[in-house]
Design a binder for this molecule. Structure first.
Ligand SMILES: [Mn+2]
Length: 429
């Protein structure tokens, strides 16, 4: 019986972009490699016949849409390739890799060239591996698009490996008809991209969602410890590791856990105003420091209610340099924030008013990006200064710069700026 082991979404190279200098590997990158090494050792004890990568193993895609430079990624390659070689040598049929939406083909081609004939980069193709016929469907994922073109829907086989968005937790994803059709055509479907293990979704008992192999920059509900503020900080909510891989043998599947080196923490602050949130952050972070001997291994994602700007929180978390705060989410409330106002114009316009006006005038797909821009530009610090012509010009310039970084095309940016301009002029008179 062929024993297949599936891994997915390690996002190994994502920390490469953080520091663009020389041969310095940031701490986060080193921890990822350490995790990868540990999980590879664990995988080898399972004695799989073949290892399948279901996408986003390497991840060279930056938020801007650019790829991490090869020079940056190069620092990681010797380590990553060593581990991949171990996997290849520990199996009968080697490693098969599917490209995820964060992977670049050039990397997978290069791996195929350097690792030899037992590393297979497969695209929209069926392979016979041991007892199984396995179809590898390359990711059709695009933001806001959840179809699979007719000609790309594979015909039939034992196993389908794919990397698509599934419609879980209220987020949009692959259409139910497509899921049903695929689950009729294959005995097993294993899907990457979702970062969490699940089976039998949408009534398709043969559909499996693969876990993320190790933690990366994306939390996607994969925390292991959760703090709630206000709440009893001595008893945070704890969960088993959600990371790991899946083994298929005969018609039996098993999810095997991997316990990462670092602690993945979700801090949930529920405040009524910025002062509350600041207090909450400091209480939770002090508790974290108090309880941990190696605070650098605390990887924290913060979600907060009661502030408009991430920067308010970032300022506090920055005081705890040892703790790694990976990302901050701010839950928006629609109530106007009286404390934050645009000064220097006759009628003081509330920031929420401006933001709502601008956002409402944009297309849905531009809204999210515009919201990011607002987060970045409208910090408390920026707003406390008087708005004058020069400041408006600076504001426009910063918007343009962040737009470039966020991959917004110039035409859209200009349209966006002209919309904002109306409001400045309107309110100056
Ligand atoms: Mn993905």
């Amino acid at each position: 019986m062929t024993r297949i082991l599936m891994i997915s979404d390690a996002h190994l190279l994502i920390h490469a972009k953080r520091f663009k200098d020389g041969c310095f590997i940031p701490f986060e990158g080193r921890v990822s490699i350490e995790n990868f090494r540990k999980v590879v050792d664990q995988i080898l004890t399972e004695k799989p016949d073949v290892i399948i990568i279901a996408g986003d193993m390497f991840d060279q895609l930056e938020k801007s849409g650019d790829f991490v430079t090869d020079a940056e990624a190069a620092k990681y390659w010797p380590n990553i390739q060593d581990e991949l070689r171990k996997l290849i040598n520990g199996t009968k049929y080697g490693v098969y890799a599917l490209k995820g939406n964060h992977d670049s083909s050039s990397i997978l081609i290069e791996l195929e060239n350097s690792l030899g004939s037992n590393f297979h980069f497969v695209r929209n193709k069926e392979e016979k591996v041991g007892d199984f016929r396995i179809y590898f469907m390359e990711s059709n994922y695009r933001r806001g698009y959840y179809e699979i073109p007719e000609e790309k829907i594979p015909s039939k086989g034992d196993i389908l490996i794919m990397h698509e968005t599934l419609p879980v937790l209220g987020i949009p994803g692959l259409k139910n008809e497509i899921i049903r059709e695929l689950s009729k055509r294959f005995n097993f479907i294993f899907n990457g991209h979702m970062h969490s293990y699940d089976c039998g979704l949408f009534g398709s008992t043969n559909l499996y969602s693969l876990p993320a192999l190790i933690p990366s920059h994306k939390l996607k509900c994969n925390y292991m410890i959760e703090y709630h503020w206000p709440g009893d900080l001595d008893v945070p909510k704890k969960k088993d590791s959600p990371f790991g891989y899946v083994i298929l043998e005969g018609n039996k599947t098993r999810f095997k856990k991997y316990t990462p080196v670092q602690k993945i923490i979700h801090v949930n602050i529920n405040g009524n105003n910025p002062n509350d949130v600041i207090e909450g952050i400091n209480e939770v972070y002090s508790k974290l420091l108090e309880n941990e001997i190696r605070p650098e291994l605390l990887w924290v994602w913060v979600s907060a209610k009661g502030v408009t700007f991430k920067d308010t929180i970032r300022k506090e978390t920055n005081k705890y340099q040892k703790i790694r705060t990976l990302d901050i989410f701010v839950e928006r409330t629609d109530e106007p924030k009286k404390s934050i106002e645009l000064k220097g114009i006759d009628k003081i316009m509330d920031i929420n008013e401006l933001e709502n006006k601008v956002l409402n005038s944009l297309q849905i797909n531009e809204k999210e990006l515009a919201q990011d821009l607002f987060d970045e530009i409208f910090t408390n610090e920026n707003l406390s200064k008087k708005v004058d012509v020069l400041r408006i010009a600076l504001f426009e310039k910063s918007l343009q710069l962040s737009a470039q970084r966020s991959g917004i095309i110039e035409e859209h940016m200009n349209e966006f700026l002209s919309k904002i301009k109306q409001y400045w002029v309107l309110n100056k008179k």
